[in-house]
Design a protein around this ligand. Structure first.
Ligand code: ZN
Length: 498
């Protein structure tokens, strides 16, 4: 689908109808730029819309897709084929160069039923049109300027409210990161991430893990049996910091000056082969799902590891020259956040090895859900733009992780400062500096169009809700800034899971 979510195809409010008309105009324009006469491009855009609407109808909504049980359906290749015989799946897999496989996880079987009915109802020409549009769309950033400008017009101007395209050098860096990210990352790490920064981050991660252990042990709502399992899972979490131990070898990717699309295709082919070659082999847990320059971090539930690329180990998240309070409020809270993902509404369904397996007693699971509901209610009340509420269920995992993460990092900071003098810096106590740092890492300037899109597709709350939503739950914040019950930043009763 070319629109950001299935709901864009299915909702009938005026804004959604308007966006669909703008999308039709965009698809038509791209096809015209590729050489189609206007009348044919217009009819073809309608065919694309019909095809994608068919797929949208079979797509699982984002909230359901967060439930690991709803996206796990182990089928044989032949069962997949019988869901969707319009595509010869055995032949397709063979053509991909995959070794013989008998079964696979078909995340959303209904989607394959939708592919089937959509293909059956489409003419061969319509299918070709659909594929042609997606080829143009996927390569738009590497096509001549008219394509780049039209792509910007719809995907950035209309969908996100952007006023101007990013400078060319930034787009080039992003393209390189996309195609050869670990080669770029090797250079990036050399210049920006010295060994002492890695050592300092690792120490912080270990301190925060210790705090989660203490927190689990002290929980009043969890039974000893589940606590014990949680500790086993916590001890099994692997910490990956900065960059992989082994760099990816791109020497077989042929780069030709002046052949941007060819370079991109060859880089993609390299990645596809690399992935296909993993089939039937043990999982490589040392592999990274984000490139080192990425300003982001993640928890991998099926491998039970936390990953912090060097790109996020930079100001404002982490600053080697700053005091512990600021770094704990920034990157420390992110570390706690990723760690907590292993124990949020999604992560808690995976065992220490990353297998989908329930290790909770029913009573503890129920207690967890009850506490999670408090976050759903709290965050559903935020309205990033007038009349549009956050989706408390879609953002539940991230909000749970934020609340747990900030608390754990705060505990680690207090632990490291105990028995030490706590002078003010720039007029602020360590506690105040901690909370200010959490506010600063989520400082954002977002246009209303972008907010509207993010509310529908982003499992993260917007920056302001990430800050206010966590801090109004924390007695430590109240104390640090002398807030009183009844004031906006004090929530009674507060929500808490971890
Ligand atoms: Zn997260």
């Amino acid at each position: 689908m070319g629109l950001p979510d299935r709901d864009y195809y299915l909702k009938d409010d005026p804004k959604s109808v308007e966006l669909r008309n703008q999308y039709l105009a965009h698809v038509q324009k791209m096809l015209e730029l590729s050489g189609e006469p206007a009348a044919k491009a217009s009819a073809d855009a309608q065919a694309v819309m019909r095809f994608e609407t068919g797929l949208a109808k079979g797509s699982l909504d984002r909230v359901s897709r967060r439930d690991p049980d709803q996206i796990y359906h182990k089928l044989t290749v032949h069962q997949l084929y019988s869901l969707d015989p319009a595509i010869d799946w055995p032949k397709y897999l063979e053509g991909m160069g995959a070794p013989p496989i008998t079964d696979l996880n078909v995340s959303v079987p209904n989607f394959f039923r939708a592919i089937e009915s959509t293909i059956v109802q489409s003419s061969l020409d319509d299918i070709k049109t659909y594929l042609r549009w997606h080829l143009l769309h996927a390569e738009s950033s590497l096509l001549p300027k008219a394509f780049v400008d039209e792509d910007f017009h719809f995907y950035r101007e209309i969908l996100t409210g952007a006023k101007e395209i990013q400078p060319r050098w930034k787009r080039c860096v992003a393209a390189t990161d996309n195609d050869l990210g670990f080669a770029l990352g090797q250079k990036y790490v050399e210049q920006t991430f010295p060994p002492d920064a890695k050592a300092r981050t690792l120490k912080m991660v270990q301190d925060i893990e210790k705090m989660l252990g203490q927190d689990i042990q002290s929980l009043s709502w969890m039974t000893p049996a589940t606590k014990q399992e949680a500790m086993v899972k916590l001890r099994a979490v692997a910490n990956k910091i900065g960059y992989p131990d082994k760099w990816r070898d791109y020497s077989t990717v042929k780069i030709v000056r002046g052949d941007a699309i060819g370079n991109d295709e060859r880089a993609t082919e390299f990645e596809v082969h690399r992935d296909v070659n993993k089939i039937g082999k043990p999982v490589d847990r040392t592999e990274w799902g984000m490139t080192p320059p990425t300003v982001n971090a993640y928890y991998n539930a099926t491998e039970n590891n936390i990953n912090f690329p060097a790109g996020i180990l930079q100001p404002p998240f982490f600053d080697n020259k700053m005091d512990a309070a600021v770094n704990h409020g920034g990157i420390g809270s992110v570390v706690g956040h990723e760690l907590t993902h292993g124990f949020d509404d999604q992560g808690r369904k995976f065992d220490p090895d990353g297998n989908l397996k329930d290790w909770w007693t029913p009573e503890d699971a129920q207690e967890f859900e009850k506490r999670a509901q408090c976050f759903i209610d709290e965050y559903s009340a935020f309205t990033p733009i007038d009349g549009v509420h956050l989706n408390g269920k879609l953002t539940l995992g991230e909000n749970t992780a934020d609340n747990g993460g900030v608390r754990l990092s705060f505990m680690a900071l207090m632990d490291s400062l105990k028995d030490k003098p706590q002078p003010k810096i720039d007029g602020y106590t360590p506690e105040q500096r901690f909370f200010l740092a959490w506010g600063q890492i989520w400082c954002q300037n977002v246009r209303p169009e972008m907010s509207r899109m993010l509310v529908q597709v982003d499992p993260h709350s917007p920056g302001r809700a990430r800050v206010d939503g966590v801090l109004q739950n924390m007695p430590e914040f109240r104390q640090a800034f002398a807030c009183q019950v009844g004031q906006p930043m004090v929530r009674e009763p507060a929500c808490r899971v971890w």
